[in-house]
Write a protein of this length. Structure first.
Length: 202
């Protein structure tokens, strides 16, 4: 191999290595950024998205579904038809419409945080509307890609998907009311994945 080719080869290898290092640090930074934001938030302002009396069980957790080879971007909360769905955090409604897959959808922007509800039976807010945590934004349903009544709930921080189960843990520590009552029956960390569930957005 000539010296010129060797130099070109080394330049490519070093460049690739630097790119991998940059990607690693970017991922680490995002992870640290999200973790810090979760710990810094005052979760007493947050509201569990359904009333404790309407909560049935957790249908499916956040994460990878081996049976479908797909990522489940939120958690599924078992709830009967036409139960009140509450704004998780104060913010501005970005989407309030019926969309493919999601069915009845409400998407709320709260600064760096976003929340999304799917499979709603009736939408009670409009895009651009300001809502407060705990406001009723919709009624639960089984619209879109759904096999039964439930609420699909997604959370993002700076467009990074967050496991709502992690957020709920912090909400439980800050709130001794609705969140604690709704979650004390099941520990999300111990929740077994239902790999046969195909009813939610991926």
């Amino acid at each position: 191999m000539s010296v010129t080719r060797l130099l070109k080869f080394l330049r490519r290898v070093v460049g690739s290595a630097l790119l991998l290092v940059a990607i690693y640090h970017l991922v680490q930074f995002n992870s640290m950024d999200v973790s810090a934001a979760i710990k810094a938030n005052n979760w007493s302002y947050a509201r569990f998205p359904v009333h404790a009396k309407d909560f049935v069980f957790y249908v499916s957790p956040f994460g990878w579904r081996p049976s479908t080879g797909s990522q489940h971007n939120g958690i599924d909360i078992g709830v009967d038809l036409d139960k009140e769905v509450l704004a998780w955090w104060s913010g501005t409604v970005k989407v309030a419409d019926f969309t493919p897959g999601c069915g009845g959808e409400v998407f709320i922007v709260s600064g760096n945080w976003d929340s999304r509800f799917c499979h709603l039976n009736k939408i009670l807010v409009k895009p651009g509307q300001t809502v407060k945590a705990g406001d009723v934004v919709a009624l639960s349903g089984s619209t879109g890609n759904s096999q039964g009544p439930h609420l699909h709930w997604e959370i993002r921080y700076k467009e990074n998907l967050i496991d709502p189960g992690v957020v709920i843990k912090h909400m439980m520590a800050a709130d001794k009311g609705e969140t604690l009552q709704a979650t004390e029956s099941q520990d999300l960390i111990q929740l077994k994945r239902d790999d046969s569930c195909h009813d939610c957005m991926i």
